[in-house]
Ligand binder design. Structure first.
Ligand SMILES: C[S@@+](CC[C@H](N)C(=O)[O-])C[C@H]1O[C@@H](n2cnc3c(N)ncnc32)[C@H](O)[C@@H]1O
Length: 114
């Protein structure tokens, strides 16, 4: 990984490992084009809607925070295209991107990757 010179305060740093805490849309912009080997993303699932979920065999609250609230397909797709566009800009040509998702966002992510 080769970040630009204007980066960044590290949240944690060791010789071969650095952790940056921040807004994805700001942090990714600091990386030079085609410099990253691998990206793993776990973006918002947009699934919180006052419903319930099964957690450790009990009903649990599905509301995780503002970032995870249900949203329109248009909003989700705009969001997903925005971060994926930045990922493609910084990934090397032979780089790899992995992402997790749920049915609430994974099809939009798939389309955005296409
Ligand atoms: C599905 S969760 C990932 C949780 C993570 N894998 C973990 O174990 O803590 C999505 C995360 O994206 C974060 N998030 C949402 N918008 C973001 C943004 N613009 N920049 C950075 N993180 C963001 C949320 O705060 C949330 O923690």
């Amino acid at each position: 990984m080769q970040e630009s010179k204007n980066i960044i305060k590290y949240y944690f740093a060791q010789e071969h490992f650095k952790l940056i805490k921040g807004d994805t849309f700001r942090v990714l912009k600091k990386f030079e084009d085609k410099t990253v080997d691998t990206i793993f993303a776990d973006p918002p699932y947009f699934l919180s809607n006052d419903g319930i979920t099964c957690s450790r065999w009990e009903n649990g609250n599905r509301n995780k925070g503002k970032w995870n609230e249900s949203a329109s397909l248009k909003y989700k797709h705009k969001f997903n295209k925005k971060w994926i566009r930045e990922c493609y800009r910084i990934l090397k040509y032979n780089g790899t991107i992995w992402t997790s998702g749920t049915l609430h966002n994974i099809y939009s992510i798939g389309m955005a990757l296409e």
